[in-house]
Write a protein that binds this ligand. Structure first.
Ligand SMILES: [Cu+2]
Length: 385
C-alpha cells in the first residue's frame, strides 16, 4: 500500500511539473496575490485529501473483493450493528469535512473583506467590452486617478478571428486597446456592475471572479505583489461576443502609475474642452475621452472629436463594416449601401443609435453621444455612395 501511494505521489508530481503540463496549461495559473495563493493551496490540499480517500476506499473494496471471494471458500460474516464502526465512520468524515471547511471559510471571509481599499475602480460590463471608472484613491493615491474613465475593447484584429489561415498574436483574444492600469502592492477594490446582461469580471492569477449584474453593485478586491500584465476574461455567458471581451490588468510601480494617471487626465481634458459646445455636454465629455484614447494622434488636433465621424468609424464601426461581416454593409460598397441610403439617412441614424438586427445600439458603445454616432453614419454614407 505504501509503495502504491508513493508511486502515485511521484506520478502526480512528475505530471504537474512536466513540460507537457506547461504546454497544455495543466493546473492553475501561477497565483500572484495572497488570496490567489490561499485558493491554490486550498485546491491542492483538498485534491490530496480526495486522492487519499479514493485510494483508501477503493483499496479496501478491492482487498475485500479479492481476498474474501466465495471461490476461495470465504464465508460471509453475519452480524448487525457495530457501535464502534458506526462511531468511526461518523467521526472520520466529520473531521475531514471540518478540516476542509475551516481553512476554506477563512479564505472566503478574507476574499469578501473589501474594507480599507487604496483605490476603488468601477468595472462595468457591456455587450461586449469593459468600462472602467477610477472612483476614488485613498492615502497617497488620493485624487491621483479619480475620474479617469477607460473603455477596454478587444484588440485582436477581426481578420485573425474570421480568417482561419491568419497568424494569431501571442495573446490572441486576450489583448485589449486600453488596459486597466493599477499600482503594485495596493489594495484595489473593484466594484462590478453591468449595463445590459450579467457579465463576470475574472482574473485567475489574482484569484478574483465576481459577477457583474445590471442594477446591482458587487465588489471584490486584489493586491498584486508583482508588476506585470495579467489577463482574464468575462466569465458569464453574455451573448454572441462573450469570448471577445477580455480583461487585461497592467500592474505598475507607484511612480509609473502617477505618471500614467496624470497623462491620462491631461489627455482627457483638452478633448473634453473642445467638445464643450456639444448639446450633450456630459456624455460628450465621457465619449471624447474614449475617442481621444482610441485615436491619440487625431485627438491632439484642433478638430472637435465629437463631430469626427471618421475617428469613430476607424475606432469602432470598422470592426464589422470594413469587411462587411455579420450582415453589415461593407464600407465603400455602393451596391450594398444604395438601398439603405434610399431609406433615408435619418432612418440609418436611428438604426445606428438604437440598434438594428445584428448591430447593437451605438455599435456596442453606450458611452457615445447620439451626435457622434450620427457623424459616423454620415461619414460611412458619404464614402459609400
Ligand atoms: Cu460578458
Amino acid at each position: 500500500m505504501k509503495k502504491v501511494l508513493s508511486l502515485l505521489a511521484v506520478a502526480f508530481a512528475a505530471l504537474a511539473n512536466s513540460p507537457l503540463a506547461a504546454a497544455v496549461q495543466f493546473g492553475f495559473q501561477d497565483p500572484e496575490t495572497p488570496i490567489a495563493r490561499q485558493i491554490y493551496s486550498l485546491h491542492t490540499l483538498i485534491l490530496w485529501i480526495c486522492v487519499v480517500i479514493f485510494v483508501l476506499v477503493f483499496g479496501a473494496m478491492f482487498y475485500a473483493i479479492i481476498n474474501h471471494r466465495k471461490s476461495v471458500g470465504h464465508k460471509a460474516a453475519q452480524f448487525h450493528e457495530n457501535t464502534q464502526v458506526e462511531i468511526i465512520w461518523t467521526l472520520v468524515p466529520f473531521l475531514i469535512l471540518m478540516g476542509m471547511a475551516w481553512p476554506a471559510t477563512k479564505t472566503i471571509i478574507e476574499m469578501k473583506d473589501t474594507s480599507n481599499p487604496d483605490l476603488t475602480i468601477k468595472a462595468t460590463g457591456y455587450q461586449w467590452l469593459w468600462g472602467y471608472e477610477y472612483v476614488k484613491g485613498e492615502g497617497d493615491l488620493a485624487g491621483v486617478s479619480d475620474g479617469i474613465q477607460i473603455f477596454s475593447r478587444l484588440a485582436t484584429p477581426m481578420e485573425q478571428i474570421y480568417d482561419k489561415s491568419a497568424n494569431k498574436d501571442d495573446h490572441y483574444l486576450l489583448e485589449v486597446d486600453h488596459e486597466l492600469v493599477v499600482p503594485v502592492n495596493k489594495k484595489i477594490r473593484i466594484l462590478t456592475t453591468a449595463a445590459d446582461v450579467i457579465h463576470s469580471w475574472w482574473v485567475p492569477a489574482f484569484g478574483v471572479k465576481q459577477d457583474a449584474i445590471p442594477g446591482y453593485i458587487r465588489d471584490t478586491w486584489f493586491k498584486a505583489e508583482k508588476t506585470g500584465v495579467y489577463r482574464g476574461q468575462c466569465a458569464e455567458l453574455c451573448g454572441k461576443e462573450h469570448g471577445f471581451m477580455p480583461i487585461v490588468v497592467r500592474v505598475v510601480d507607484n511612480a509609473e502609475f502617477q505618471d500614467w494617471a496624470s497623462k491620462h487626465r491631461s489627455d482627457a481634458s483638452p478633448a473634453a474642452a473642445t467638445s464643450a459646445p456639444s448639446a450633450e455636454a456630459a456624455p460628450a465629455a465621457a465619449e471624447a475621452t474614449q475617442v481621444a484614447a482610441a485615436e491619440p494622434a487625431a485627438s491632439s488636433g484642433a478638430s472637435a472629436p465629437a463631430a469626427d465621424g471618421k475617428a469613430t468609424y476607424d475606432g469602432l464601426c470598422s470592426a464589422c463594416h470594413a469587411m462587411g461581416i455579420a450582415g453589415a454593409p461593407k464600407f465603400g460598397d455602393k451596391a450594398a449601401w444604395a438601398p439603405r441610403i434610399a431609406q433615408g439617412v435619418d432612418t440609418l441614424h436611428q438604426h445606428a443609435i438604437h440598434g438594428f438586427k445584428t448591430m447593437p445600439a451605438k455599435g456596442g458603445n453606450p458611452a457615445l453621444s447620439d451626435a457622434t454616432v450620427m457623424a459616423a453614419v454620415d461619414y460611412m454614407v458619404s464614402q459609400s455612395k
